[in-house]
Design a protein around this ligand. Structure first.
Ligand code: 0CH
Ligand code: SF4
Length: 315
């Protein structure tokens, strides 16, 4: 079996930073450290952090007053940040700086009187956090078919922001439809889909042309990991999203001579190694990494040596 590893794959700068913030909070403050929502959408990351004293909750009301509370990489609404303050929580913001950048643009457009559309998956925490940067109602657009029926105050003053982990191809199609309906729409210089999402999808697109089967390592609720699986499937290459090697079904490999492996932005590299080890146990394999984009982006991790000061939403 020939194994080809996608490049780039796995952890992005925002995920590295968010996980490091939880580690640092656990070192600086007495555990438990609470995290509102999964810090990133990966079951293995959560398991490891739980083991060290992190407690993941979905509601602020589950957190005792005064407890150190980290907001996840996906970001939170202003209302959530304010409620946390009112509940006396000591908050630390692990929102990816690229998501915060989207928040700032959302606020700017809204303050300038635009109707802002949020392009993304309804109910996803990042989309909820982005919508919740402004007070007024915000329309979330998930597919092009929703565009015709959108109600706006002034078609000349419409803007949009997007979720950072969308499908590059689907979004381009959706934006074409949006530009047809609102030719004056205010656009960012480039979409808010981040570098990591773009690079990982491009790598899987190329990988899909080289191999018989693709395995994407990532959790089922990870939006960007699901998009990677779809990219492969759109190229007619069978692809499966797996949390780890334990989810591999040997029947997938009938007639397969080459397998590509990638990992979502929230999936640790040791899980990819685990998949390669599983393949080695089935028979001889050669492993190579494809040529691809070198990523040099990293975000600094706050020191956390003072008292957690809380989040100034959208600033
Ligand atoms: O892909 P999603 O947004 O579901 O999140 P993840 O799997 O936790 O990956 C990190 C992205 C965080 C926000 O952009
Ligand atoms: Fe940030 Fe992009 Fe990673 Fe999301 S996927 S955490 S926006 S770098």
């Amino acid at each position: 079996m020939q194994v080809v590893l996608a490049k780039p794959r796995g952890f992005c700068a925002g995920v590295n930073r968010a996980i490091s913030i939880v580690h640092r909070a656990l070192e600086r403050f007495t555990p438990p450290v609470y995290v509102l929502h999964e810090i990133v959408h990966n079951t293995h990351v959560l398991e490891e952090l739980r083991h060290r004293g992190a407690v993941f909750v979905e509601e602020l009301e589950e957190i005792p007053t005064g407890a150190v509370t980290v907001f996840s990489a996906h970001g939170v609404s202003r209302a959530v940040a304010e409620r946390a303050r009112n509940l006396g929580l000591r908050t630390i913001d692990a929102t990816c700086p690229l998501v915060s950048k989207v928040h700032r643009r959302m606020i700017r457009l809204y303050d300038q009187g635009y109707d802002v559309l949020v392009i993304g998956h309804k109910g996803h925490p990042e989309v909820e956090g982005t919508c919740g940067q402004v007070d007024g109602p915000v329309a979330v657009v998930s597919r092009a078919s929703e565009i015709d029926t959108l109600q706006v105050r002034d078609p000349q003053r419409v803007g949009y922001v997007t979720q950072t982990t969308l499908s590059v191809d689907d979004t381009e199609e959706l934006l074409k439809a949006l530009r047809r309906r609102f030719p004056q729409i205010s656009e960012p210089e480039r979409t808010d889909i981040c570098y990591a999402t773009t690079n990982r999808q491009a790598a899987v697109r190329r990988l899909a042309d080289q191999v018989d089967l693709i395995l994407i390592v990532g959790s089922k609720n990870s939006s960007n990991s699901n998009r990677l699986r779809e990219v492969a499937q759109l190229r007619q290459t069978p692809a499966y999203l797996i949390d780890d090697a334990g989810e591999i079904d040997p029947r997938w490999f009938a007639g397969v001579h080459s397998v590509g492996i990638s990992a979502g932005a929230s999936a640790p590299e040791h899980l990819v190694t685990g998949v390669i080890d599983w393949l080695r146990r089935q028979g001889p394999v050669t492993v190579m990494e494809m040529e691809g984009e070198e990523e040099h982006i990293s975000f600094c991790v706050p020191e956390l040596d003072g008292e957690p000061t809380g989040l100034q939403p959208g600033r």
